[in-house]
Design a protein around this ligand. Structure first.
Ligand code: NAD
Ligand code: ZN
Length: 285
């Protein structure tokens, strides 16, 4: 049984030898920044089941009555609390550093907390949207929260907000249950899963779909064929992909053999160790 140190060294070698490494992240990478997850012991829904009910109904309310959706959104506390004062942790900074070194080509995150962007990672795909943005549901244009005075629109009875480009209805950028993943992000993410030769999967229970299909797409292309959310593909030449999980506990990816190996631990501790080891390998004459 390899030790954690053996696995950290193995991950560093895999990253150093890679041509197109990418990272997938989930709520686990942000718990060390103080952002709660949903279903853990301190999870938002464990403590407040009403929030779960509201989250499940949000998209259906938006499609039926966008004004009511916005009134409810503005009159309720944000799902993850006040995210404006939270800070990236060593896990976010380690991934940003791998990006700066030219090793990590992009991050695909389920998190809506903007922490990868705040850690200065360059190419971040917010798979489930970003809590600091709004999005037009017709043309897909994204706006910073500061670009609309939502409270003034509410007071003037002018909700929902409308797109400055196409006049379509604007919603929060975050993707609600039952809402399709925005097509630009879905297509880029699938393309990255097909292109990568190393995939780091950090702090996710890998049970929320379609995000959890990305490691399966990367694994499936090893056989040269499979199915993606943009249709059938046959990559022709199989490309080996190494899938490395960094998580506090095993996940279905571990149990079903989709990942090559799991480094069991905290992302805020393991990822900086991997970066130190990569630096040591690169500095070697
Ligand atoms: P999840 O809560 O289902 O799973 C988190 C995983 O990370 C668990 O397996 C847990 O054991 C592990 N974990 C927790 N802390 C860790 C740490 N410090 N180091 C390593 N592993 C750790 O999260 P998910 O898979 O991302 O799915 C939940 C959904 O909820 C996502 O769709 C996401 O959009 C949303 N969400 C986002 C945030 C955020 O933006 N920070 C927070 C909560 C939920
Ligand atoms: Zn628009």
């Amino acid at each position: 049984m390899p030790s954690i140190q053996d696995l950290i060294e193995r991950a560093a070698r895999d990253l150093t030898n890679s041509k197109h490494a990418i990272a997938l992240t989930g709520a686990g990478i942000s718990t060390e920044s103080g952002v709660p997850d949903f279903r853990g012991p301190d999870g938002i829904w464990t403590k407040n089941p009403e929030m779960e009910e509201r989250a499940f109904q949000a998209y259906s309310l938006f499609t039926k009555n966008p004004r009511k959706y916005w009134e409810q959104t503005l009159n309720s506390p944000p799902l993850l609390g006040d995210l404006s004062n939270i800070k990236p942790n060593p896990g976010h900074y380690a991934l940003a550093k791998l990006g700066n070194m030219g090793i990590l080509k992009c991050i695909i995150t389920q998190n809506i907390d903007n922490l990868h962007e705040r850690a200065c990672s360059d190419k971040v795909y917010d798979y489930h949207g970003n809590a600091f943005k709004l999005r037009c549901v017709i043309c897909g244009t994204r706006y910073g929260l500061e670009e609309y005075d939502l409270n003034a629109l509410n007071e003037a009875g002018k909700l929902p907000p409308h797109c400055k480009s196409c006049s379509g209805i604007v919603k929060e950028d975050i993707v609600h249950f039952g809402e399709p993943i925005p097509s630009d992000v879905a297509e880029h993410s699938t393309a990255e899963a097909l292109a990568c030769d190393v995939m780091l999967v950090c702090g996710t229970s890998a049970v929320v779909y379609p995000f959890a299909s990305l490691p399966q797409i990367a694994r499936g292309k090893n056989t040269g064929q499979g199915i993606t959310n943009i249709g059938f593909y046959n990559s022709g030449v199989p490309t080996a992909t190494t899938i490395i999980e960094i998580n506090a506990e095993p996940t279905p990816l571990t149990e079903e053999g989709i990942s090559d190996y799991l480094i069991q631990g905290k992302t805020g501790e393991v990822l900086p160790e991997i970066v130190r080891e990569v630096e040591r390998l690169i500095a070697k004459p």
